[in-house]
Design a protein around this ligand. Structure first.
Ligand code: 13P
Length: 247
């Protein structure tokens, strides 16, 4: 199995003190790739210090290469300051900024062509799940990214059911594993050559207590962590759980 991938998404949280604390305290563990994704304004400072222990990423990137796009940051700028990953299509971006599947695709393609690795975020709402539509919803989100998935480059897909994000209610391992299988099948259908390279992550209320249970399942190849990534002890425990599961 490829190394497990543990990603901290700080969202719009953190400050220079957390940047410094992360630089000082985050330790590498065997068989785990760690990525820290702070707000864009802190990426350069954190990337300066990123080392064997972790790499850095952006929470969003422009769908354009350059030009008159006030407030946006391009993929090549992210690379320029030392970031190596970018998240695209997080449900908060889709909901608060009206990001469509088409925009998410354009962002992913920009990132890959600049040489960044990409995490494509997908996941259904509670309404979709309760209506029995979770699988078809997620399948269609993955299919919409087919052109990106067919490209060479490092790609992960994060399954983040919206009802599990920030709610304290993680999906059960069974729910996550079932959806990860659906995602793998869908990638195989639209991008067969890349299907085994794509790492599939789970996100949504991952914490120090539930991480080990999630990592018991080989289908869960990593996690995307919001709230618990702001707490250095919890985040370190999640990284250790990923490492212990691999050994
Ligand atoms: P929480 O871990 O805070 O639920 O957030 C998950 C998430 O959205 C990570 O991208």
């Amino acid at each position: 199995m490829a190394k497990r991938l543990v990603i901290a998404n700080w969202k719009m949280n953190g400050d220079l003190a957390l940047v410094r604390q992360t630089m000082e305290s985050l330790r590498a563990e065997a068989n785990v790739d760690v990525v820290v994704v702070p707000p864009a304004i802190y990426v350069a400072a954190l990337s300066d210090a990123s080392s064997a222990a972790f790499s850095t990423g952006l929470q969003n990137v422009s769908q354009f290469a350059a030009g008159a796009h006030t407030g946006d940051v391009s993929a090549s700028m992210a690379l320029d300051v030392g970031a190596s990953w970018v998240l695209v299509g997080h449900s908060e971006r889709r909901a608060e900024h009206g990001e469509s599947d088409g925009m998410v695709l354009a962002k992913g393609e920009q990132a890959l062509s600049a040489g960044l690795s990409v995490v494509i975020c997908v996941g259904e709402s509670l309404e979709e799940r309760e209506a029995g539509n979770a699988e078809s919803f997620v399948r269609s989100q993955v299919r919409a990214q087919a052109a990106c998935l067919r490209q060479a480059g490092a790609i992960a897909i994060a399954y983040e059911p919206i009802w599990a994000i920030g709610s304290g209610i993680s999906a059960s391992s069974e729910q996550a594993v079932a959806m990860h299988k659906v995602i793998r099948e869908t990638v195989r259908e639209v991008a067969p050559a890349q299907a085994d390279e794509v790492r599939i992550l789970y996100g949504g209320s991952v914490n120090a207590e539930n991480a080990a249970g999630l990592f018991e399942h080989p289908e869960i190849e990593g996690v995307l962590v919001g709230g618990a990534s702001l707490d250095k002890a919890q985040f370190a425990a999640i990284i250790r759980a990923a490492s212990a599961a691999a050994s």
